[in-house]
Design a protein around this ligand. Structure first.
Ligand SMILES: Nc1ncnc2c1ncn2[C@@H]1O[C@H](COP(=O)(O)OP(=O)(O)OP(=O)(O)O)[C@@H](O)[C@H]1O
Ligand SMILES: [Mg+2]
Length: 327
């Protein structure tokens, strides 16, 4: 088995699995209380006034629930949800069709919004602000632009890299909500809910162990649960006991402090270079992973565990990490 429980991308099967566990109503969304409370207020105010919601930007690490919240906003508003993503919108023309199809109050969700090409981003400005777009037609001397009015829609953007958004773009969102990793109690509730939906009987100690190894991330918790369910079915009698959970985590290569083989390889690469500082690119090449994956999915955990430091000159091991590797 590999590190895939921590990976950013989901396979097709995993996407179906995630969908099946996704909360269907805002009230079912566990944790992130301040964010959920703010959203509830904005949503009921918008409904009362029968006005579209302000544009909303979500930021946070992969798997914390940004897409889930975007869907819940549309559901709670009783609005249609249209979804796209930064990399999919290559040219301004790709947006025109999407925007002109929107009805009053519809939600347009753009995932990985920091990856929108600059011209597309700038094209969005007038749509967000004044609900119209100017479309260029013809070239050369005959060139002119035609103004197309749009319905008042709500743009919901999600980003794992808030810092990469330009200031003018960010300023066009009326609401900005950041999702932080969940405390273990919240993950425990999420795992418990998921196990119930999966009809998987589970010991409390097993649930607590999964919560402790999930890096504060619901997606990771659900993926681990899915693998451990297999272990419980194959090696046990279908009940996930603490012993089976420990066995399963070992099979997944997750150690006692929640590190995977790739985490340990990242640390070893830096150790081999005298503990750093070394560049992200060097680490990525040495471990054979994408820079983005390392930065989004692995480093935050290593940093939170006090094992890795980001410095202007690159990544450095902490004393704690050196001690751990020496063991
Ligand atoms: N608060 C929550 N309560 C219960 N389940 C949750 C919660 N947040 C997320 N999940 C579960 O975790 C999975 C991942 O969440 P989601 O896809 O919304 O993350 P994301 O922030 O959009 O990640 P990415 O940046 O990779 O797109 C969902 O399928 C859902 O089942
Ligand atoms: Mg998402």
């Amino acid at each position: 088995m590999t590190d895939s429980v921590y990976e950013r991308e989901s396979s097709g099967q995993e996407r179906d699995f995630e969908l099946s566990l996704r909360p269907k109503r805002l009230a079912e969304f566990i944790g992130q209380r301040p964010v959920v409370e703010n959203l509830s207020v904005y949503i009921s105010a918008a409904r009362k006034r029968e006005e579209p919601l302000d544009h909303i930007l979500f930021s946070g690490m992969p798997g914390l629930g940004k897409t889930t919240l975007a869907n819940l906003i549309a559901t709670e508003l009783g609005a249609n949800m249209h979804a796209s993503s930064g990399p999919a919108l290559e040219r301004a023309g790709d947006l025109v069709g999407l925007l002109t199809n929107l009805e009053q109050g519809d939600v347009l969700f753009i995932d990985e919004i920091h990856r929108l090409p600059a011209p597309v981003e700038e094209f969005l400005y007038s749509a967000m602000e004044d609900f119209h777009v100017d479309i260029q037609i013809d070239q050369g001397p005959a060139a002119r632009s035609v103004r197309v009015n749009l319905k008042h829609f709500t743009l919901v953007g999600a980003t794992t890299r808030e810092g990469l958004l330009s200031a003018p773009f960010r300023a066009r969102f009326g609401v900005f909500e950041r999702l932080d990793p969940y405390p273990a109690e919240d993950i425990l509730q999420i795992v418990t809910r998921s196990a119930r939906l999966l009809d998987l009987p589970m010991d409390a100690e097993a649930a607590a162990l999964i919560a402790a190894r999930s890096r504060g991330t619901p997606r990771v918790a659900n993926r681990i649960l899915r693998r451990l369910r297999d272990v419980a079915q194959v090696r046990g009698k279908g009940r996930l006991t603490l012993e089976l959970a420990e066995q399963g985590l070992r099979m997944l290569g997750i150690d006692a402090i929640g590190l995977t083989e790739l985490d340990r390889r990242i640390l070893r690469v830096i150790a081999e270079q005298g503990g750093g500082p070394i560049g992200l690119k060097t680490i990525a090449v040495a471990v054979g992973e994408e820079e983005d994956t390392i930065e989004d999915a692995y480093e935050p955990h290593l940093i939170r565990e006090g094992l890795l430091q980001k410095t202007p000159r690159g990544r450095k091991l902490t004393d704690k990490a050196s001690a751990l590797l020496a063991r």
